[in-house]
Structures are given as C-alpha cells and as structure tokens.
Design a protein around this ligand. Structure first.
Ligand code: NAD
Length: 346
C-alpha cells in the first residue's frame, strides 16, 4: 500500500462543471479525498450527500473555508466570483484550483497574482483544461521537438453544439461574453503552443445568427478574432485566428491548426465521438461529440490530478497565474474590439 499523503479537498459549486469535478475528485483521482462541498442551492446538497457521499456540506463559502480539515479548494463557481474566492482561499491558507477565466477584469487578475506571490507555499492554478488533453499535449511535444519548425500561425476554434434551450443566454450576464467564456481557451492554447506571451493588437467581429436577445448583453452567438502577438525583436512574429460558435449544428467541435515554417499540426479536427461508423439509407457517417464533457473527459481527470500532485509537491505545474492574467488581458481587448468595431492595441 502507498504511504503517500492524501490531500483533503473542498469543492465549491455543483453546477455543470462542479458535478464533473466532484466525480473526478471522489472516484478518479489518486492521493486525494473529497471531504466537503459548498453551494447555496439546496437541491445540490442532495447530490453532494447521495451521489458523492459527503458528510460535510455548506451553504456558504466562508463556512467551508473555516473547516480545518479542508486543505485545498476547487472553485467551480460563476466567473464573476473567481478572483475574490481565490483570494479568500489563499488567505485562509488553502491551495486553490479555480475554473477559467480567472477574472473578467485585469485589476482582479493582478490582485490574485499579488496575493499568490505572498503565499508561495500554496498552489494557485487556473483550469485551462486543454493543456491536459492528450492530443494537445502530443502536439506541444512535437512543436518542442521542432517537428513543424518555428510555429507562426494558429487557427483555433471552440464551437458548441447548438442547444435550442439557449441556456447560454442566461449565462451571458456572468460569463463575460463568448470570447471570455469560450475563446479564452483558444487564447491560452495560442500562447502555449506557439511559445508567445503578450499580444500587441487584436480585432474582433461577431453576429447573432439565432439568439438576437444576446445583444442586450452586448454578446454574440458567433465570433471571430485576430490576434497579433508581440514579435521577439528578431523578425519572428506570430498570429492567431480564433472562432467561437454557440450554434454549431454538427456537435461540439474544438480544433486547432498550428502552422510552422517546417509543417503543420491539426488537432481535434472533426467532431467524431468514437471509431464507429454507421451506414444506412442516409449515407455513411459517424456520431458526433455532444459537449465539452465528452470531448475533454480524459483531460479533466489529468488536470485535477496535476493540481493534487502540485499541492503534494509531487510534480511542478506547467501553467501560472500570470498565464491566466495574459489570457484575460487578450480576451478583454477582443471583447472591447467586438463592441467598438475597431482594432484594439494593448
Ligand atoms: N474548463 C471548462 O471547459 C469549463 C466548462 C464549463 C464551465 N467552466 C467554468 O466553470 C464555471 C462554472 O460554470 P458552470 O457551467 O458549472 O456554472 P453553473 O451555473 O452550472 O454552476 C455554478 C455553481 O456555482 C454555485 N454558486 C453560485 N454562487 C455561489 C457562491 N457564492 N458560493 C458557492 N457556490 C456558488 C451554484 O450553486 C452552482 O452550483 C464558470 O466560470 C465557467 O466558465 C469551465
């Protein structure tokens, strides 16, 4: 039997992604024990008790932070709460994993950075799950090995299978809009895969193909952005073209194409769910991935394991709070460009 110490975790938020993290923490992560959960919604208490088998359940975040057995928290709460709740966790002496994006304004990101710097013994990690997806990791390795030469362009998209209930319209007031909610993943991928840091200029446009009511929140259901990254001063430049859609009719289709001076990589193209192909009177086809849960199932598990291992000092983290700040900085500029119709310099 392993003598490895076990990390005791409290989960905050039991909505769409919170339930997913709850299952991963309770049943699928080594060296950790899910010991408590928190949500102000009563019906989610049943889930915590009956499905996750928890004894400690709180309707208030501060109460969970006061629980001395909790050493680390996983925050799966609405985006507008992330920064403050991350700061509260660190100031209570707890490691923290927070869902993306870190915040909807730069000041909040910088506040989190400052508090994290004052608590260097604690892990603070933002959930850029795609960095943990086996296919994206393989692509990163191939780029590092020089297999496509020097990468200079990425085309990356996050396209959600259209949900006619339009749930994302209710989500709009707290999500920060389509670019902060969806494209922040592609922005992070662009920085990570091409090894670039800051952006110099962005331009964005978008439209409401189906849900015109999104205009009330200055949001769109389809958007395109171009990012010009800062060069290295030696003539090497990089650009990104990012697409996001809430109205994709095929399935959930996240894919990226990285183009380099010696070749290119295509990651996740198509939305095939598995290796089964059906042939009938309508033709030959494959079933499609329905949502991000299915597409990134494995990545969510690897991501949470990376957090636990970092908290226990078993392995270093490959992403930082500063990475999350840069993703927010670029996402905000893109959103500003969408609203103004003008390019935005950073
Ligand atoms: N990594 C990804 O691919 C991914 C996917 C989906 C969502 N997310 C992120 O996860 C976050 C949550 O999204 P969701 O879709 O699960 O939202 P959701 O609305 O389904 O769930 C939010 C949860 O937070 C709880 N909550 C609200 N206020 C709270 C408070 N003050 N204290 C404690 N709990 C509180 C709610 O009760 C609910 O359980 C968002 O920031 C979103 O961007 C990330």
């Amino acid at each position: 039997m392993s003598s490895q110490r076990v990390l005791r975790i409290g989960l905050v938020g039991l909505g769409r992604i919170g339930k997913k993290h709850g299952q991963t923490l309770a049943w699928e992560t080594r060296h950790c024990q899910l010991v408590a959960a928190c949500s102000p919604i009563e019906s989610e208490q049943d889930y915590a008790i009956n499905e996750l088998g928890l004894d400690s359940y709180y309707d208030n975040y501060q109460k969970l932070l006061n629980d001395k057995k909790v050493e680390a928290v996983v925050l799966a709460t609405p985006t507008n709460l992330h920064a403050e709740q991350t700061i509260m966790a660190l100031q209570s002496g707890k490691h923290v994993f927070v869902e993306k994006p870190l915040a909807l304004n730069l000041q909040d990101c910088l506040r989190v950075e400052a508090v994290a710097k004052n608590h260097p013994q604690l892990v603070a990690m933002v959930g850029f799950v795609r960095r943990f997806d086996p296919s994206y990791r393989e692509a990163k390795l191939m780029i590092e090995q020089g297999q496509i030469g020097s990468p200079y362009l990425i085309r990356s998209q996050t396209c959600d299978l259209y949900d006619p209930t339009g749930f994302f319209v209710n989500f709009a007031p707290t999500s920060g809009g389509i670019f902060m909610d969806c494209s922040v993943h592609d922005i992070d991928l662009a920085r990570w895969l091409m090894g670039v840091n800051r952006a110099r200029r962005v331009f964005a446009t978008g439209l409401t193909a189906i849900h015109h009511e999104l205009m009330h929140y200055k949001d769109v259901d389809n958007g395109i952005a171009v990012i010009e990254f800062e060069g290295d001063g030696l003539g090497n430049e990089a650009r990104a073209v990012i697409t996001a859609s809430r109205t994709w009719q095929i399935g959930h289709e996240t894919s990226s194409e990285v183009i380099g001076t010696g070749g290119k990589l295509l990651i996740g193209a198509g939305a095939a769910r598995d290796r089964v192909e059906i042939g009938d009177g309508s033709g030959i086809r494959k079933l499609a991935v329905s949502d991000f849960h299915q597409r990134f199932d494995q990545a969510f598990k690897i991501e949470i394991q990376a957090f636990v291992d970092a908290c226990l000092g078993l392995a270093p983290l490959s992403l930082s709070i500063e990475d999350a700040t840069e993703a927010t900085r670029i996402g905000l500029a893109i959103t500003q460009s969408l609203h103004s119709g003008e390019p935005v310099s950073l």
